[in-house]
Ligand binder design. Structure first.
Ligand code: ASP
Length: 280
């Protein structure tokens, strides 16, 4: 028998001193689950973290090297419904827009200007998520580029503060959400794993998975989907996730939160804030 559960993360590479935000988000997700669906739960949990300017999602998210705040987000349910936005600007809650893409369009992902125009069309008000702290970070990164090439700064580069949530209901339903400003030191138009179905997120009848870390590496390995396929093959959730952590390139960043009918797991190569709400 399953129990209601919501798990959140605040990005591999971020400090576990930020667990409080993830715990608050998981609690808010659980409150939403009590009166709604698993999808409501992961959207509600995501919104708390998108509003918390310590995390790299929504307000306070990283800026691209060109100075823009382009945001990626996705949601997916166990029914295989999926919606995402990539490089969207001028919105407060990218996960909410991803949900609207899923529910109101025949598409799976909208990006850039089209995503922003769609959000306006859906009545989402314009919003500036740029904070002073994010601008200071950008200045620091631009300075690094005065003496080094972008590609040279990447390997093992510290990724922090992307957010995600997975939820399970007592009835055994699953959903996942994810939201990010992308990695720091990133070119305009770059898209990582977070809004890609099967890369940063995946959900199905057997469970839900959310990844954080070096997006380019997660994307090429389709890690969330690979974990799900291993669940279908009957392997234990913790063993599957540990195997992904073990085979990830040494020194690179990977964090996973995952849930199935009777187990959950939080694993990470570096420090990662997280929160869990529900019977464990
Ligand atoms: N995976 C995210 C990205 O590559 C970054 C992160 O998880 O911190 O955009």
């Amino acid at each position: 028998m399953s129990h209601d559960m919501v798990i959140t993360h605040g990005g591999v590479g971020a400090t576990s001193e930020w667990n409080d935000g993830c715990e608050r988000a998981a609690k808010s997700g659980m409150d939403a689950l009590k009166i709604g669906t698993v999808l409501d739960a992961v959207v509600a949990a995501g919104a708390i973290l998108e509003d918390d300017d310590r995390y790299n999602a929504g307000t306070g998210a990283n800026l691209r090297l060109e100075g823009l705040c382009e945001l990626d987000a996705a949601v997916m349910t166990d029914e295989g419904d999926f919606g995402a936005v990539a490089c969207i600007t001028g919105v407060q809650y990218p996960i909410q827009v991803a949900r609207l893409v899923m529910e109101k369009t025949p598409h799976a992902m909208l990006c850039g200007d089209g995503a922003a125009a769609f959000a306006r069309h859906q009545g989402i008000p314009p919003y500036c998520p740029v904070t002073e702290r994010a601008m200071k970070k950008l200045v620091k990164y631009r300075r690094k580029l005065e003496t080094s090439k972008l590609a040279d700064l990447w390997p093992g580069h510290k990724f922090t503060g992307t957010i995600g949530a997975v939820a399970r209901s007592a009835a055994g339903r699953f959903a996942v959400s994810c939201s990010t400003g992308g990695t720091p030191l990133t070119l305009k138009g770059r898209v990582g794993d977070s809004p890609i179905c099967g890369a940063g997120v995946f959900a199905g009848a057997l469970g839900a998975i959310c990844c954080t870390g070096t997006g380019e590496l997660i994307m090429k390995r389709l890690i969330a989907h690979r974990i799900y396929i291993a669940l279908e093959d009957g392997h234990a959730l913790k063993d599957i996730c540990q195997a992904e952590i073990d085979r990830f390139p040494q020194g690179e960043y990977l964090g996973i939160i995952a849930i199935d009918q009777s187990n959950h797991c939080v694993l990470n190569t570096h420090d990662m804030p997280f929160g869990i709400e529900g019977d464990q």
